[in-house]
Design a protein around this ligand. Structure first.
Ligand code: PEP
Ligand code: CO
Length: 458
């Protein structure tokens, strides 16, 4: 990579970075972090890139989900387990209907820093700096909490390390065993979803029994007992990301070892900006959030800068336009990318363009708008002859009341009862599973296999 070092982003304009009053302290903390063990191994990020290549070619589907912002307060083994479990359940629903492998990436084990629409927050006439994520400052609305504190980066590293440790244990240690699928209980899912999920469990059991009769057992086949689960977060806090960027001793390449997959947010994707500069040099697979203000020509330039060799799997474009804007914006982006011959995976984030303020003052997202944007995403790709490669959603395994609608019929008035997010409203487990059932048919129609069979038949 020409003229690139982990610190060259410092010569570029950077948006949304915290300003620390004690720079000496910050540098001391960063120096300490730069000696900590990597959270992920470069070889894992390379495997993920290979799987994302399959996503870009319609041979696999990406499911990326987790908190908008992880927090110190919600840090609990049950919270991690519940997210993991719902991600397995959603993936199972999608695999059974689409017959595609589902690539699983959590917004987890490092998703702390947040870009905010305003640098300050005003409550009852009092103005304070905005909350920027638990690894920077505190959410409590008082002066002291809102001061960026470098020590929070150490606590976030430690939380990420133990979160990842548990996720690795669940993925490899037997929790994801397909012969135990009936133990992934659906604690608060409604009756109809429960019934449909039971049908899926029965189909899986039947298939396993059939395979066993043919001599293929779960005990002998690791693939049936384990899953690959990857981590991701927004590459926003560049000083921290720089401290986690190391040379992979097996290849000599630079990797950001804070997560397998990093994405550039919609507010920090300026072509000459610091975030793009940082991401162009690391070898991890990279996502770019594409919102309504993005110009298709700019997107093509971003693809050139971030993926000069046009390596499939390197770039995932995450469309987040909103249910009312996707039809106007997405086709021209797809056409520009197609015309330029760029190899990318297209993924839908139906959350960030559909945020509204409820009558009760809470930030929320109507479930019907999330479904509508997702369905449009599939339709548009179908019309353009490209693959709808995946879903990127903010969700939790908990029974929160943050997004309105869905089978539970959550209303504006219900929001206050279990509104726990530290930033944007998340789908709860019920809503995530409902979404999976609602889109499973669309995925089936949009895979390489069905598009090829349609071509063959016609
Ligand atoms: C996010 O993913 O939480 C986020 C801030 O997204 P975007 O950059 O798309 O607004
Ligand atoms: Co968010």
């Amino acid at each position: 990579m020409k003229n690139w070092k982990p610190n060259t982003w410092r010569n570029k304009p950077a948006k949304h970075l915290p300003v620390y009053s004690n720079e000496g302290k910050l540098n001391q903390v960063l120096k300490e972090i730069s000696k900590f063990p990597p959270l992920v191994f470069a070889g894992e990020s390379r495997s993920l890139k290979t799987q994302l290549k399959d996503v870009s070619e319609g041979k696999a589907f990406l499911f990326q989900g987790g908190d908008c912002a992880e927090s110190f307060e919600e840090f609990h083994p049950d919270h991690i387990r519940d997210l993991f479990k719902v991600m397995l359940q959603v993936s199972l629903i999608l695999t059974v209907s689409s017959h595609l492998p589902i690539v699983k990436i959590g917004r987890v084990a490092g998703q702390f820093s947040k870009p905010r629409s305003s640098p300050t927050e005003n409550v009852n006439g009092k103005e304070l700096p905005s909350y920027l994520g638990d690894n920077i400052n505190g959410m409590k609305f008082d002066e002291q909490s809102r001061i960026p504190d470098p020590d929070r980066l150490l606590r976030a590293y430690s939380q990420s390390a133990s979160t990842l440790n548990l996720l690795r244990a669940f993925s490899q240690g037997g929790y994801a065993d397909l012969s135990k699928v009936h133990l992934w209980n659906m604690s608060f899912v409604n009756e109809s979803a429960n019934k449909k999920f039971k049908e899926i469990q029965n189909r899986v059991s039947d298939a396993l029994q059939f395979m066993e009769a043919c001599g293929i057992t779960v005990e002998q086949n690791r693939r049936l007992r384990t899953v690959n689960f990857y981590t991701s977060h927004e590459a926003l806090h560049l000083p921290f990301e720089q401290a986690m960027t190391r040379i992979d001793s097996t290849t000599g390449e630079w990797h950001d070892t804070s997560a397998h997959f990093l994405w550039i947010g919609d507010r920090t994707r300026q072509i000459n900006g610091a975030h793009v500069e940082f991401c162009r040099g690391i070898k991890n697979p990279i996502g770019i959030k594409c919102g309504p203000s993005l110009d298709p020509k700019e997107l093509v330039k971003l693809a050139e800068v971030l993926n000069p060799e046009n390596e499939p799997g390197r770039l995932t474009l995450i469309a987040r336009f909103g249910h009312d804007k996707i039809k106007k914006n997405l086709p021209k982006m797809i056409q520009a990318i197609k015309k330029a011959g760029k190899k990318v995976a297209w993924v839908c984030d139906p959350m960030h363009g559909n945020t509204i303020k409820a009558s009760t003052g809470f930030k929320t997202r109507p479930f019907k708008d999330i479904i509508s944007e997702t369905k449009s995403f599939f339709e548009i790709h179908h019309d353009e002859g490209t693959y709808a490669g995946g879903l990127h959603i903010e969700m939790t395994g908990k029974n929160v009341t943050e997004c309105i609608g869905g089978a539970q019929k959550i209303t504006d008035k219900d929001l206050s009862s279990r509104y726990h997010t530290h930033c944007d409203p998340r789908l709860n487990a019920n809503q995530a599973i409902e979404l999976a059932f609602l889109i499973s048919e669309e995925i089936k129609k949009n895979s390489k296999y069905s598009i090829n069979s349609i071509k063959k038949a016609s």
